[in-house]
Design a binder for this molecule. Structure first.
Ligand code: ADP
Length: 164
């Protein structure tokens, strides 16, 4: 077994926010390698394509050498098995995240008991933040710079300029 401690951080990242980046930084402190992996098979009708989301993540995590970006389809436990990840990271913002995360964690543990699931709390400045609210503010031309990286501000502006 490899001694490299690898964690995966799955999500929609539509787009990546400062809350996600906070979690990635904390995970990078704990693990040798953190793979941020974008879910392809999500029924959420995303604003950005998988490639666009991956590119925004790459630009937002440049300062973190152990962080890689990938995408996956299907079950996250199957992705963890094939990539040899020992751990999966999830962010916990508030109690409202807990019920869903608790259920998923127990299902994942049943499917793949060898994978450790790690829940990290972001700085309190980001506990209210999700990608949906960022997309909504951006769609009305609001200032999203307190919520996302400069690279993402630019991409969101371009996206909504094209749409209008
Ligand atoms: P969202 O809930 O914004 O659609 P994702 O599906 O991309 O986000 O979430 C991926 C992971 O990141 C989940 O574990 C989610 O709880 C976590 N996460 C999302 N936003 C934040 C935030 N502001 N702070 C901490 N964790 C977050």
């Amino acid at each position: 077994m490899s001694s490299v401690k690898r964690a995966i951080y799955p999500g929609t990242f539509d787009p990546i926010t400062l809350g996600h980046i906070d979690i990635i930084e904390r995970a990078a402190f704990l693990f040798d390698e953190v793979v941020v992996t974008v879910a392809r098979n999500i029924g959420k009708n995303p604003l950005f394509t998988v490639e666009e989301r991956m590119e925004m993540i790459r630009e937002s995590v440049r300062h973190l050498p152990g962080v890689k970006v990938d995408n996956f389809n299907g079950l996250i436990v199957d992705y963890a098995k094939t990539t040899g990840a020992q751990a999966m990271i999830r962010g916990l913002r508030a109690m409202s995240d807990f019920e869903y995360e608790f259920q998923m964690a127990l299902v994942n543990r049943t499917l793949y008991p060898d994978m450790v699931q790690v829940f990290l709390m972001p700085h309190e400045a980001y506990t209210h933040l999700n990608s949906t609210v960022v997309r909504e503010v951006a769609s009305f031309g609001g200032d999203i710079s307190p919520f996302v990286s400069t690279a993402v501000v630019k991409k969101l502006k371009e996206k909504f300029e094209k749409k209008s």
